[in-house]
Design a protein. Structure first.
Length: 498
């Protein structure tokens, strides 16, 4: 079931192989992608239920740390012991963690359960994509990208709606109870459908435990530093600086360890490949702009446009969904032309221009017009998604397929966290500069929702909305800058054709 075998088959056989594998890996990917949106809808209810609003971000941060640490572990173990076996391990941990989340009586135990769930979720996407790569040769992967993109589009659109409905009618614990059955079904399909997956090459393999420890000591402080830094308070900034120093020291020691390890967790020869690190860097920049925009737009729609949570979710749908169509288009173009980075170079440049237009005209556009404009931005983002994955996989070959695929997920996670922190810092900084308590209102709005503005007079609300509009203009321009750099990087990736 390797790409070499698939390459010798005719299109009908290739489709048959793909659709034998896809139900299992597609459901696993759906579960992982769904978690990113469905849990966000339940956060306010979780905060009210457990009574710790100021620490609710840990539900997201702990999961993100765990998935980021786990991604290269699954990639390396999948190469050594087989990706089907490791996918079953990941599904088991993901389902167990979700069940523990549903039963958690306190925020501390919920965060611990989210860590368990994250250690499972970290392998679902990277292992699934790598399993598809075993079946489909590089140039033909674009032909089936529409199905992969459709999974993420469905999860992005279904997540906020399902999360809001389940939370409102059944309580926030129902959001987590939905996930174990999905994991169980995906595991059953994996056993039935993935029997021909490569078993891996484990002879003489020695897992890099020191590398894993140092990697965790880098990722956790780095992500926590970003979480503290976006608060822009003296105490939080001091903590962020200390955590950043610890992350930097761990990164230096990790680099030394990986150079000496026989079977390194992070193979430097792979990550140092110019096509790999440049593709991953541009992917991180796009993820930062994409996730940061999605994270803060609900606040804009609520505070400035006065939308309800349900209406905000509808307004966000074009941004969340249309990236899939950009991925579908470039996937087909890849299979016809063999060209990789030329398509995202146009798509990302287009997105940067549209984000700049959103910054300039945010105050004049209606909600529908702004949602449509953001849909165009998302379409441009989507042109880069399949090209990064295919480029990285083609650059390293089959022996390091899992590690290379996991590197994309890892850099996207770090990019998403960094971009969200940067956009949050820009928003908060502009509100602090305006004075008049705008920054404090912004924090209250994040924590309590639109009710935080109820006590303000009409004049004060109008002034706050004007300040928020200016701050979001700056945030849109920040996102445009990130995407513009990503567009430039597409021209610097050596592997331009496969």
């Amino acid at each position: 079931m390797s790409p070499r075998d698939a390459a010798s088959t005719d299109p009908a056989d290739l489709r048959r192989l793909f659709f034998r594998v896809f139900p299992a890996v597609g459901l696993a990917m759906f579960g992982a992608a769904l978690d990113q949106t469905i849990v966000a809808a339940a956060l306010p209810a979780i905060a009210r239920s457990l009574g710790e609003v100021e620490r609710i971000s840990w539900v997201v941060v702990v999961y993100l740390v765990a998935t980021t640490v786990a991604a290269p572990v699954y990639g390396r173990l999948g190469d050594a012991f087989g990706r089907r076996r490791m996918l079953l391990v990941a599904l088991a941990m993901y389902g167990l963690g979700a069940a523990l989340c549903a039963l958690a009586p306190s925020l501390n135990l919920l965060a611990l359960a989210r860590m368990v769930q994250g250690f499972g979720g970290g392998g679902l996407i990277s292992l699934s994509v790598a399993l598809i790569a075993e079946v489909v040769p590089p140039r033909e992967r674009g032909r089936f990208q529409a199905w992969i993109a459709a999974v993420f589009a469905l999860a992005s659109g279904f997540g906020p709606v399902a999360g809001g409905f389940l939370t409102e009618w059944l309580g926030w614990r129902a959001v987590f109870l939905l996930q174990p059955p999905l994991a169980l079904l995906a595991a059953w399909l994996a056993v039935r459908r993935l029997g021909g997956a490569a078993p891996g090459v484990s002879k003489g393999f020695a897992f890099d435990w020191p590398g894993l420890l140092l990697f965790a000591l880098f990722v956790a402080p780095a992500l926590l530093a970003l979480d503290f830094a976006r608060r822009l308070e003296p105490g939080a900034l001091a903590a962020a600086a200390g955590l950043a120093a610890l992350a930097g020291l761990a990164l230096f020691l990790l680099w030394k360890q990986e150079r000496a390890a026989r079977d390194p967790l992070l193979p430097l020869a792979v990550l140092g490949n110019p096509s790999v690190w440049r593709a991953n860097l541009l992917s991180a920049l796009v993820a930062g702009a994409f996730v940061g925009t999605i994270a803060f737009l609900p606040i804009y729609f609520a505070a400035v446009r006065g939308l309800s949570p349900a209406a905000s979710g509808v307004a966000l749908l074009p941004l969340a969904v249309t990236a899939a169509f950009g991925a579908m288009l470039t996937g087909r173009l890849l299979s016809h032309t063999g060209r990789t980075m030329i398509w995202p170079s146009f798509g990302l440049a287009f997105s940067a221009v549209m984000l700049a237009a959103a910054a300039v005209f945010a105050g004049q556009l209606s909600v529908a017009q702004l949602a449509g404009l953001l849909g165009l931005v998302s379409f441009g983002f989507g042109t880069s998604f399949p090209m990064v994955q295919v480029t990285v996989q083609a650059a390293v070959g089959r022996e390091r397929l899992g590690s290379a695929t996991a590197s994309v997920q890892f850099t996207r996670a770090l990019g998403a966290a960094t971009g969200t922190a940067l956009m949050g810092a820009v928003l908060f900084g502009f509100l602090v500069a305006q004075g008049g308590g705008a920054a404090e209102l912004f924090v209250a709005l994040v924590n309590r929702g639109p009710s935080a503005l109820a006590a303000l007079s009409d004049v004060a609300q109008a002034e706050f909305r004007a300040g928020m509009t200016s701050a979001f203009r700056a945030a849109f321009l920040t996102a445009a800058g990130l995407v513009a750099v990503a567009a430039w990087l597409t021209t610097r990736v050596p592997l331009q054709r496969i």
